[in-house]
Design a protein around this ligand. Structure first.
Ligand SMILES: Cc1ncc(COP(=O)(O)O)c(C=O)c1O
Length: 421
């Protein structure tokens, strides 16, 4: 029996309506930029499997380090013990994170990195004797699927059924270069009427919203406004972190730095799940005291799993290498050239890119998540490229190791796909 058939017996896939879309493609191998299915077809993974495998699938350098780690020390509790992979990873991260970050807290995935950030912000004020209960977030943001993360995300099919159970969140528009003053006024009105613990944002690029890029100057002013009102700022770099925007972190493009940063996805290069919530020393110090109750009583069993730490350390070494840095520049330049080539196409409404992220909004009246999106997805797969449109937005976020020829084939398939829009 094929894997596809066996899959249907017991499995329940995420983000899927099984009644209308019962089949799942069975992938039997993933190497470099390529996925191979059980029928012998191959696909260029042009979105790095949700922005994780940025150094290519089953990267030899990383798998060797992971395998060595597995043979010497696997999982130990991190509440009473420590180990070198976690220590080394914290040192490496602090070296590349924005200067104000000084503490590394481990989680399991992007959602729990956000969850911990929300709890950190709430308890930071609680420990100081202040009760603050609300957050401010950008409209249409996406921060994950646990309750806190769902609360701060914009309303959608992801969190709609749970709306009644979510925290109080005030949503503000993203800065577009023309509306900063209005947003600052809106923030002031919110601050005057509610006790705000934090502002959470996807810095510069809102991934799930369709790789929407916003104005860095406006974002900087918004962050300054929160800083001057003693409200913590939380950058969700789960998608943008680790070189995607052309810098190590999207926050590197913005002068004012966040108090807390959430990391996952490319952190472990697609090898094993892990996430991190980093913060400033000031936040960490607010949790010190004689009583255990002022400590951060939040833990996941697999915190700082040493195998995940080994993958992350190896990934950061690659990220810092000349080869990867040059590749990021090459991909970024290729994206700009492709944008100029297609931006006047009648089926293209607009294009945008930053670092290795490129997005194309289609000129169509089709429903956002309807037949067209499914038709495009099928077209890309039939032509050997794994691209997963976000509604009527096609985007690319390829592994940093994608070759010029492979990238050209991705561009060509996208151009060809415009004929079926
Ligand atoms: C910006 C952002 N935050 C959080 C998450 C949630 O991460 P995870 O799926 O690992 O829980 C995602 C996932 O796509 C994301 O893009």
């Amino acid at each position: 029996m094929s894997l596809k058939s066996r899959d249907k017996k017991h499995l329940w896939h995420p983000l899927k309506q099984h009644q209308t879309h019962p089949d799942s493609l069975a992938i039997v191998k993933a190497k470099g930029c390529h996925l191979f299915d059980e029928d012998g077809n191959s696909y260029i993974d042009a979105i790095s499997s949700w922005y994780t495998c940025m150094y290519g699938h089953s990267n030899d350098f990383i798998t060797k380090r992971v395998s060595e780690q597995m043979q010497s020390l696997d999982q130990i509790m991190f509440s009473d013990f420590t180990h070198e992979p976690a220590i080394e990873l914290s040192e490496k991260l602090i070296e590349i994170l924005p200067d104000n970050q000084n503490r590394i807290f481990f989680n399991d995935n992007g959602s729990t990195a956000v969850e911990a950030a929300i709890k950190m912000a709430l308890q930071y004020y609680f420990n100081k004797g202040e009760k603050r209960s609300s957050f401010i977030a950008f409209e249409n943001g996406f921060h994950g699927d646990t309750f806190g993360a769902m609360s701060v995300s914009g309303l959608s099919v992801y969190n709609g059924p749970f709306e009644d159970f979510l925290m109080t969140i005030h949503r503000i528009p993203v800065p577009d270069g023309t509306n900063t003053e209005a947003i600052l006024n809106e923030i002031q009105t919110i601050i005057d009427s509610d006790l705000i613990a934090g502002f959470i944002y996807e810095p510069l690029v809102q991934g799930a919203a369709g790789m929407k890029i916003h104005d860095s100057k406006g974002l900087n002013e918004i962050l300054n406004c929160f800083k001057s009102n003693d409200i913590l700022t939380i950058a969700d770099e789960v998608m943008t972190g680790f070189g995607k925007t052309g810098r190590y972190f999207a926050s590197d493009h913005i002068r004012t730095k966040p108090d807390i940063i959430c990391l996952s996805k490319a952190l472990t290069a697609g090898q094993v799940p892990m996430a991190i919530t980093s913060c400033t020393e000031t936040i960490y110090k607010a949790f010190l005291g004689e009583s255990i109750a002022t400590g951060f009583m939040h833990c996941h069993t697999y915190s700082a799993n040493s195998i995940a730490c080994a993958a992350a350390i190896a990934g950061i070494e690659l990220l810092q290498s000349d080869t990867i840095q040059k590749n990021i520049t090459r991909i970024s330049n290729a994206h700009k050239a492709f944008e100029s080539r297609i931006q006047n196409h009648p089926k293209v409404k607009s294009t945008r890119s930053i670092g290795v992220i490129l997005a194309i909004d289609l000129n169509t009246t089709a429903q956002r998540y309807g037949d067209l999106r499914d038709k495009l997805l099928a077209f890309f797969m039939k032509n050997g490229v794994f691209l997963r449109p976000l509604g009527n937005t096609i985007y690319i976020q390829p592994p940093f190791i994608i070759s010029e020829d492979e990238l050209d084939s991705v561009y060509k398939i996208i151009e060809d796909s415009l004929e079926i829009v």
